[in-house]
Write a protein that binds this ligand. Structure first.
Ligand SMILES: [Zn+2]
Ligand SMILES: [Zn+2]
Length: 329
């Protein structure tokens, strides 16, 4: 199968749709190829043979080879964006960049994985994930880890800093929620935001509370949506279902309303029938989900419950018999 030709976005900036073995089907990888350099890749996809081939086709279509890449900027550390960072680094000698806040997350996740796993398992168990799902968790995390080729060294970008793409200044934004250190790049003159997964057109970006994350990812995300609404980009280059979406302001409002509905639902549900985050996730996501879908549902439910708890709207109590936290009014 031949990959679709790169989409021209603006200046010397092009978007590739690179296949990933997730329901979204593809991730957006950007290539900026200004005449005098430097060549920049933004996000990298997962380490799979299909992604390799699509990236090589995309580079060839732009008259490039791996060694031409000078730097790699990653929007956030999730495997579908960060996966091939180390391979690109190896093949090109490019410097890899993440937002400063995200570097520690990526390091713990990808370099200290053996140490990371027990905390991840305990976190989900403490919130009621059943033993059968815990069993498959390690194998699945291991598979996901195998598709990531971490960079040997990652350099920091900081909020407010300027990065040149296509010879124009882009401001580094911090857009936490979907990931603690999610980065955006904003070109005010062009009204264009490189948004990664901070906002998506067809799905609500997963906002989950995981082990080792900031305490209130939903609170972070609601602020990010406010930031995007105020910024009001004419268009955003998005990680999935893209490469480009318009109507960012309206979508940000829609997503905020969606999360407020879920907060109302969970507040009422926990008052009426106290339960673990897992039990409450079955009420919030009643449809049939596979084991990994159920874990996303649990983390998302937990982010909402903790947001309510930190605002004083709910409480949680450790239940010795269940070996888990129970949320109640
Ligand atoms: Zn993501
Ligand atoms: Zn993604």
């Amino acid at each position: 199968m031949t990959a679709p030709a790169p989409t021209h976005l603006l200046g010397n900036l092009y978007a590739l749709q690179v296949p990933i073995p997730y329901p979204m089907g593809a991730v957006t990888v950007l290539l900026d190829v200004p005449a005098g350099g430097p060549v920049t890749m933004i996000d990298t996809a997962l380490d799979t043979p299909e992604a390799h081939a699509a990236l090589e086709d995309g580079l060839a279509a732009l008259g490039l080879h791996w060694p031409d890449i000078d730097r790699v900027i990653i929007t956030h550390h999730h495997p579908d964006h960060y996966g091939l960072a180390g391979l690109v680094e190896e093949r090109s000698g490019a410097s890899v960049y993440l937002l400063d806040v995200e570097i520690g997350r990526g390091e713990r996740y990808w370099h200290l994985w053996e140490e990371w796993l027990p905390g991840h398992v305990k976190h989900l168990r403490d919130h009621g994930l059943p033993p059968a799902s815990l069993l498959s968790l390690e194998a699945e995390s291991r598979r996901s880890r195998q598709r990531v080729h971490p960079a040997s060294r990652v350099f920091p970008l900081r909020e407010g800093q300027e990065v040149a793409l296509s010879g124009e200044p882009w401001e580094v934004l911090w857009l936490p929620g979907h990931a603690d250190g999610h980065l955006g790049l904003w070109n005010e003159a062009q009204g264009t935001l490189i948004a990664g997964d901070a906002i998506l057109p067809r799905i609500s970006p997963n906002v989950g509370l995981y082990a080792y994350t900031r305490p209130d990812p939903l609170g972070d995300y609601l602020q990010t949506l406010g930031k995007l609404e105020a910024l009001n980009p004419a268009r955003a280059v998005v990680g999935h279902h893209g490469p480009v979406m318009t109507g960012v302001q309206a979508r940000a409002r829609e997503l905020r309303a969606h999360h407020h509905e879920r907060l109302d639902f969970l507040g009422a549900q926990a008052a009426q029938a106290p339960g673990t985050a897992y039990a409450l996730s079955l009420a919030m996501f009643p449809r049939d989900l596979n084991i990994s879908g159920r874990r996303f549902a649990l983390a998302e439910t937990l982010a909402h419950l903790e947001h309510l708890r930190l605002l004083g709207g709910l409480y949680r109590t450790w239940q010795e018999e269940a070996g888990a936290w129970v949320y109640h009014a």
